[in-house]
Design a protein around this ligand. Sequence first.
Ligand code: ATP
Ligand code: MG
Length: 418
Amino acid sequence: MAIRAIKGINDILPDVVGKWQLVESVARRIFSKFGYQEIRIPILEKTELFSRSIGESTDIVEKEMYTFPDRNGQLLTLRPEATASVVRAFIQHKLHLQPAMRKFYTMGPMFRHERPQKGRYRQFHQINVEVFAMDDPMVDAEVIYMLLVFLEELKIPRIKLHLNSMGCPDCRLPFRQSLADYLEGVRDKLCSDCQRRRLSNPLRIFDCKVDSCGKLVDKAPVLLNHLCRECEKNFQSVKDHLDSLAVAYTIDPFMVRGLDYYNRTTFEAITPLLGAQDAVGGGGRYDGLMKMLGGPDLPATGFAIGMERLILLLDDKAGALKDSNRLFVACLGEEAKKKGFPLVQQLRLSGLTVEMDYESKSLKAQMRRADKLEATHVLILGDDELAKGVATMRNMEASTQEEIPLEGLVEQLLRRLQ
Ligand code: ATP
Ligand code: MG
């Protein structure tokens, strides 16, 4: 039996690649205007990097990572997210000593062993943005603003911004206790995961996808009502800056995100168009992570966008081929083919998009192929034409035809097609 790709791990075929290229190029263009530089990080890292940063009792670390020992017995993991690696690279290369390197973006595949469905895959792709060593609330607002500008540039419809604050260790510790007390009262109704995490990491219940836990969460105390004065002030300031940029948002005190490292402002861009997989992107501040991973104590914020979900939301025509000319060279006969082959290469080097038929098919078959390839023009080189010292050029859209002398043919074609 033919070998198939692994479940939840998909090919991206040429007919949708235009959309991917569009998303990537818009990201590069917009992010560089905001002062971001691209960084490329490995797909494989030591397992410890992720278990320490994402949190031992998160779904990602408990259930979703692709982890295996390599041939030396070293435990490795296919990255489930990018932030930990960017922070690791920042620390490893001492980039804090280089003031020009503070704002980064990266894109590429991530791996999570989840149940595959529309908008949820086991290999998926993210665009990630990370900012280090800046803790002004203005930076939080600008990061969110840039995410929205990017989505708007791609004309992604009906995006809603959800905003929350995860506080700081000072306000989270006492809050954890009151949440744990609440969960103690309803412990029989919790799913088995939440029962287990009730004491070690009670906040995880807000991220639980089980219905019955969702109902309990509605009545649970929320961190947003227990922020310390500093966090309260900080959150207000982020909102004020967003107001100054005319960004609309909904406060969502139940949004905790799936990773433990967040603090203070967190956010998600949500759409009603993707069913249960409604988050197009999300992120927030993670001030403690760099220090926790052994680096300098520098604040950080950022976000990740799911590329598959973006592609699902793009207009059908987005990323379609540009209206530039495409030439098909049809050669009829051995002599014509000998002349046509180097001519095709020369035209390509001159900047034209050119295809030919290699199989000596009939003119009718070659014209059919030219049509399939959406060629705008076909150059017909036949032995008869060669004898006359001309080639026939057909304009496929206008259905017109003309003879062009072989002498000076390249210049003539460039003049017509470039
Ligand atoms: P969700 O709540 O949908 O599981 P998440 O909170 O796990 O999302 P993040 O870890 O914040 O997601 O990743 C950022 C973005 O990456 C998500 O908003 C989503 O668009 C995308 N994403 C996450 N997991 C997957 C997946 N398995 N398949 C496709 N896209 C994904
Ligand atoms: Mg998830």
